[in-house]
Design a protein around this ligand. Structure first.
Ligand code: NAP
Length: 274
């Protein structure tokens, strides 16, 4: 069944239409849901006005109204704003309503406590490329989530990228790999630009070279099942330029640096979700 069929007739409410909420609504409207089946609420009225340009999306007057208009409620506010929102909407959540939280680091158990009642809950860790429809989301279902709910969650998340189901205990590692991951690639891009500039290239040219190389490499990765090692072998020939660069990465311990960085993000994610 396609995402469109799974979501057919369902009313979806999005509370918080900042970066991620907007990406979500945009993906849903573009791929799978009629705008008139979507309601949104945000404290910032300008964001509601902006998002209504996507089509006949309903702007709710409050979090509670947004929740009561919806079969699926997506919570896309910052983690520190989650508890007050849940306390406002809890009485409007019907049995069977699916609640999806994308708040980083807030556990299913904590969210269930905020609701103070049984709720069908899914926790998601999306990432920033959701903004361009190329996100990576990992989700974990709570105790009261049915197979139908899982299909609905997957259909929603697939509207702005790829989706994978993981046990909740893996979400901290997901955060360290794909949640924070876009910044790692951006950092490498920045360093490539800096190196080219220091060696005499104009910044705007270096930026074009580095951005397009990142884009092209990402596109290759997205379209293949080959291992990175095999892809590297397609670029690096024996005694050539790429090999010379790779030897420096290896000698200076890039592998260990990446390993330690991911470990630090993982540790921080665990601390934040305590
Ligand atoms: N950005 C990422 O890369 C990323 C990645 C993974 C997960 N996430 C998660 O996604 C969630 C949203 O992040 P974001 O980057 O989209 O944040 P954001 O741009 O700040 O968006 C959150 C929106 O919620 C609004 N809001 C705050 N309290 C509200 C309330 N009580 N009722 C309705 N709206 C309210 C905010 O309005 P004001 O601005 O007026 O406060 C803002 O417009 C976070 O929980 C974050 O952990 C984000």
């Amino acid at each position: 069944m396609s995402a469109k069929q799974v979501l057919s007739g369902l009313r979806i409410g999005v509370i918080g239409v900042g970066n991620m909420g907007q990406a979500l609504v945009h993906g849903l409207v573009e791929k799978s849901v009629y705008p008139q089946n979507i309601s949104v609420f945000d404290l910032d009225k300008k964001k509601i006005t902006e998002i209504k340009k996507e089509g006949r999306i309903k702007g709710a007057a409050s979090t509670r109204q947004c929740a009561s208009l919806s079969d699926v409620v997506i919570l896309a506010v910052k983690p520190q704003g989650l508890q007050p929102v849940i306390e406002e909407i809890a009485s409007s959540i019907e049995p069977g309503t699916l609640v999806i939280s994308i708040a980083a680091g807030v556990t299913l158990k904590k969210i269930e406590t905020y609701f103070k009642k049984q709720v069908s809950l899914v926790r998601v860790m999306p990432n920033m490329p959701a903004l361009v429809g190329s996100g990576m989301s990992a989700y974990s279902p709570g105790r009261h989530v049915s197979e139908k709910h899982k299909k609905i969650a997957e259909a929603i998340l697939s509207s702005f990228g790829e989706v994978v189901l993981v046990p909740e205990k893996l979400l901290d590692l997901v955060t360290a790999v794909s949640g924070s991951g876009p910044a790692y690639y951006f950092l490498l891009t920045e360093k490539l630009i800096e190196a080219a500039y220091e060696m005499g290239m104009k910044v705007d040219v270096a930026k074009r070279l580095a951005y397009q190389t990142a884009f092209g490499s990402g596109k290759v990765l997205a379209g293949t099942s080959e291992d990175p090692e095999d892809l590297i072998a397609k670029v690096a020939s024996k005694g050539g330029t790429t090999e010379a660069a790779l030897k420096v990465f290896q000698k200076q311990g890039l592998g260990k640096i990446v390993h330690d960085a991911v470990k630090a993000a993982y540790k921080r994610s665990k601390e934040l979700s305590r």
